[in-house]
Every structure is written in structure tokens, then in C-alpha cells.
Design a protein around this ligand. Structure first.
Ligand code: NAI
Ligand code: MG
Length: 338
């Protein structure tokens, strides 16, 4: 049987290290693909190309599926985000970010069994990139919210909740202040919710949501929200279950899917061989499920859970001393034995 093509973007900072680790584990459980490396991020910019070169977008459009490491975007200056460009070009409107407790992972919420999924709208909101400066001392940014955009993300969230037998979907918003933008989001949320009577639908204002997440996070099931709130709330949820090193994500469109971790390129630890590859690895597990490879997906998840529970071979972000290589060797050993 011919192998399927999958695009990979090694990315910046810790990107190449965690990509190598992830591919090694995928291959160790017998997953075969024709990996097609594509350029994006700093290496593209250094060659005078956009951070997300049009050729890379075209190749992913043809291939349909990609596994992506983080790419660096400078703050306040320099090139614009490769991620935002890719999400917009391929209309990857749903950003799905699960946050689930793992056995043995320490932290203030270690005693709670958390299993939250954030469904973040991925193409609109303040990420529309419409900024201007009418005066040296004034800058303005435009928040773009459309009714079809609200409708499809809410429909995706309820559909996903039903497929995964979830009980509740909560809309996160600030409609008390942004009455038109977030008001429209909320209106579409309840319109869609009416078609899903089997799922409890409610809403929460984003600031209260953050407070409740750090006091009673176990009450939440699925969140659906706009782009910026989703970005912030998903990092918060990652922190609740052990940090960014564990938090995966998927960017889903009608015809394309790009799997990537929640975290960035972590320049502070790049090149040291200490990055935790689990977030990208779990993103690749989401990719395996997307491809129907449930057995391999379960095998990798269970192996990571065993290594975490065991606690002897964890990376620095989880309080251990293991290198990336030592950690993946341990995960591979469990995966092969299972
Ligand atoms: P970051 O997520 O790269 O790092 C935040 C903190 O978490 C750092 O202390 C880092 O060492 C740690 N960390 C992150 N991932 C880790 C891992 N796998 N293992 C162990 N520790 C890990 O966020 P930061 O520093 O705000 O951004 C760095 C760059 O990444 C920026 O240029 C930003 O634009 C970019 N970025 C890219 C994303 C993407 O490509 N999808 C997403 C988020 C940020
Ligand atoms: Mg983010």
C-alpha cells in the first residue's frame, strides 16, 4: 500500500527537536507516512520570503494534512505571524485544544480530574490584522466578527461535543461590553444550541470564566469562544493540567487540518535538548484519530500516561531531569511493550 503524504513544518526554536522526537515515536508504533518537510518561520524570512511562504501554503492545500512545529513571531515589530497566515489561507476555522489531567503530573490542580476542550474560532476577531495608526500617539485595531463565522464555530463545537458524548458546551464572551460583536456570537451560539437539545448550553463572561477556572475548573466540559479569548483561556487551561509542554491542538477546516501544539518556539530552552515533546506528540495523536488510526493513538497516549505516572523520566517543565531523548526513549519502550 502506498504511504500517505503528510506535510511537516519543523519550525523555529525547539520546533525541530520536538518534531524529530514526535516522528520517531510515530514510526516506533508502526505509523507510516511520506513526510514532506516544508519551510516556514525564521528560515523563510531569512531568505526574503514571507514567514508562511505561498509555496508552503499551496503544498499543504494539495496534501490536505500537516503536522506543524511552532514558528517565531517577533512582538511589536517585524514579520507577521506564519500561523495566522496559514489559518486564514486554508480557512482553518476551528482550533481545538484539549486540556486533560495526566496521572502523576504535579501542580496545584493535580488532585482534580480535568478534561476540558476549548474550541476557539481561528480566523476572525482582533486577529483580522486590521491595525492602523491615525496619529503617532494613537493606534487602532478592528475586531471583526461575522454571523457565518459565529455560526460555523458554534456548530462545530456542538457537533464535536455530540460525537465525543460530552454533556455541556459553554460560550465564553464579553457581550456585556462588546454588545454588537460578542452579542452576535452569543445570539448564534443559542441559535445553534437549539438544535442540540441533548447538550446543556450556557455562557460565561470571560473574566469570570478565568476566575472560575482557577477555583472550580472541574465544572467545565467544552468551551466555544472567539479567537483572542480562546488563545488566552487555552493557555490558562494548559497551565491547569501541567503546562504548555503537554497541551496539543488541531486547526480544522472543511478540507484541511493542521496539527500543532499550543505552545510557541520556546527560544529560552531551544537547542538544549530539554524540551518536552508531548504537546506536539499529543497533537500528532489528534492527527492519528483524524485519520482513523485509533489503536496507534491509544497506544501512544497510554505510554505517555505510564511514563508520567511513573514519574522517573520527566522533562524539566514537569519537574524532572530527563532530556528530550531520554524521555522519548522511555515512551517508545512502553509503546513497544504494549
Ligand atoms: P512559548 O510557548 O514559546 O514559551 C512560554 C514558556 O513555556 C517558556 O518558558 C518556554 O520555555 C516554556 N515552554 C513552551 N513549550 C515548552 C515545551 N515544549 N517544553 C518545555 N517548556 C516549554 O511562548 P513565548 O515565549 O511567549 O513565545 C515564543 C515565540 O513563539 C514567539 O515568537 C511567539 O510568537 C511564538 N509562538 C508561536 C506559536 C505557534 O507557532 N503556534 C504559538 C505561540 C507562540
Ligand atoms: Mg497562544
Amino acid at each position: 500500500m502506498s504511504k500517505r503524504d503528510i506535510a511537516i513544518i519543523p519550525g523555529d526554536g525547539i520546533g525541530p527537536e520536538i518534531m524529530d522526537a514526535t516522528l520517531a515515536i510515530l514510526e516506533s508504533v508502526g505509523f507510516e507516512a511520506n513526510w514532506i518537510p516544508l519551510e516556514a518561520g525564521l528560515s523563510a524570512v531569512e531568505k526574503g520570503l514571507p514567514a508562511m511562504p505561498p509555496e508552503t501554503i499551496d503544498r499543504i492545500r494539495e496534501i490536505g494534512i500537516a503536522l506543524k512545529s511552532p514558528t517565531t513571531t517577533p512582538s511589536g515589530k517585524g514579520h507577521s505571524s506564519a500561523n495566522v497566515a496559514l489559518r486564514k489561507a486554508l480557512d482553518l476555522f476551528a482550533n481545538v485544544r484539549p486540556a486533560r489531567s495526566l496521572p502523576g503530573v504535579q501542580g496545584p490542580f493535580a488532585h482534580k480530574d480535568l478534561d476540558i476542550i476549548i474550541v476557539r474560532e481561528n480566523t476572525e476577531d482582533l486577529y483580522a490584522g486590521i491595525e492602523f495608526q491615525p496619529h503617532p500617539d494613537m493606534a487602532q485595531g478592528v475586531k471583526v466578527i461575522t454571523r457565518p463565522g459565529c455560526h460555523r464555530i458554534c456548530l462545530y463545537a456542538f457537533g464535536m461535543a455530540r460525537r465525543q458524548q460530552r454533556k455541556r458546551v459553554t460560550a465564553v464572551h464579553k457581550a456585556n461590553i462588546m454588545k454588537l460583536c460578542d452579542g452576535m456570537f452569543l445570539e448564534e451560539f443559542y441559535r445553534v444550541a437549539a438544535d442540540f437539545p441533548d447538550i446543556q448550553a450556557d455562557d460565561i463572561i470571560v473574566d469570570n470564566c478565568c476566575m472560575q477556572l482557577v477555583t472550580r475548573p472541574e465544572q467545565f466540559d467544552v468551551f466555544v469562544t472567539e479567537n483572542l479569548y480562546g488563545d488566552i483561556v487555552s493557555d490558562l487551561c494548559a497551565g491547569l493540567v501541567g503546562g504548555l509542554g503537554l497541551a496539543p491542538g488541531a486547526n480544522i477546516g472543511i478540507h484541511h487540518a493542521v496539527f500543532e501544539a499550543v505552545h510557541g518556539s520556546a527560544p529560552d530552552i531551544a537547542g538544549k535538548g530539554v524540551a518536552n515533546p508531548t504537546a506536539l506528540l499529543f497533537s500528532s495523536v489528534m492527527m492519528l484519530r483524524h485519520l482513523g488510526e485509533y489503536e496507534m493513538a491509544d497506544r501512544i497516549t497510554n505510554s505517555v500516561m505510564r511514563v508520567c505516572e511513573d514519574g522517573k523520566c520527566l522533562t524539566g517543565d514537569l519537574g524532572g531531569r530527563a532530556s528530550t531523548q531520554e524521555y522519548i526513549a522511555e515512551v517508545m519502550q512502553h509503546a513497544k511493550a504494549s
